[in-house]
Design a protein around this ligand. Structure first.
Ligand SMILES: C[S@@+](CC[C@H](N)C(=O)[O-])C[C@H]1O[C@@H](n2cnc3c(N)ncnc32)[C@H](O)[C@@H]1O
Length: 188
């Protein structure tokens, strides 16, 4: 597996961070979906709940319902750059956006819509990606450090190798208490 670490100033819009923009240029192949597109997505098919995000063709739905409408194995690449914590997710309205179950179900749909051999490119404060349980194999990790008072942005690339559908995940990889909050207070 390829693992690298770079330094860059933080930015609310992940894809504006220079090493991440370069990473995307290297990694994106073919038809690409982005359910949390923000303002700078290179994907051909984009969605973002905020009306002022994306371009003229961007949809503005809840990401999970947008993903559910997509055909199985349609995309060569899918991007996953959601809010990075339950606290951030709460800013976008509905209570269910701020639950681990919601994020797990988004990952299930992303796993479904990627072609066999296609890529999932995920961003966040952990390196879980879609994971082996969904049939994905990690091939690259980029850590982008932003200084001692900030979390790194962790970028992962996984390949869809042995896809297995997963239903109704309520808990992922440990670290989540009964209220759905991460026990590490920096991550909430
Ligand atoms: C971390 S930002 C992504 C930024 C984007 N990758 C960029 O660099 O510009 C998360 C984005 O997800 C959107 N978002 C948050 N909750 C959402 C939801 N439930 N459905 C769809 N979009 C959502 C926000 O509006 C925000 O633009």
């Amino acid at each position: 597996m390829r693992i690298e670490r770079k330094w860059a100033m933080p930015n609310k819009w992940t894809f504006k961070i220079k090493p991440i923009a370069e990473f995307l240029r290297e990694e994106i192949v073919g038809l690409t979906a982005d359910p949390f597109a923000g303002k700078n997505s290179p994907a051909q098919e984009q969605n973002d709940i905020q009306e002022d995000c994306g371009n003229i063709d961007t949809d503005h739905k809840d990401a999970l319902s947008w993903l559910k409408d997509k055909r199985t194995e349609r995309y060569d690449t899918a991007l996953f750059d959601p809010p990075y914590s339950i606290t951030q997710a709460r800013q976008y309205g509905k209570k269910e956006f701020a639950s681990m179950k919601y994020w797990a179900n988004c990952k299930n749909e992303i796993a479904r819509i990627i072609k066999p051999g296609g890529k999932a490119i995920c961003f966040g404060w952990n390196s879980m990606g879609l994971g082996k349980n969904r049939g994905f194999e990690m091939e690259r990790i980029l850590l982008v450090a932003h200084g001692g008072s900030k979390n790194d942005t962790i970028c992962t690339v996984e390949i869809k190798e042995n896809y297995k559908p997963i239903e109704n995940i309520t808990r992922e990889g440990g670290g989540v208490n009964k209220r759905g909050a991460n026990p590490d207070p920096r991550q909430n």
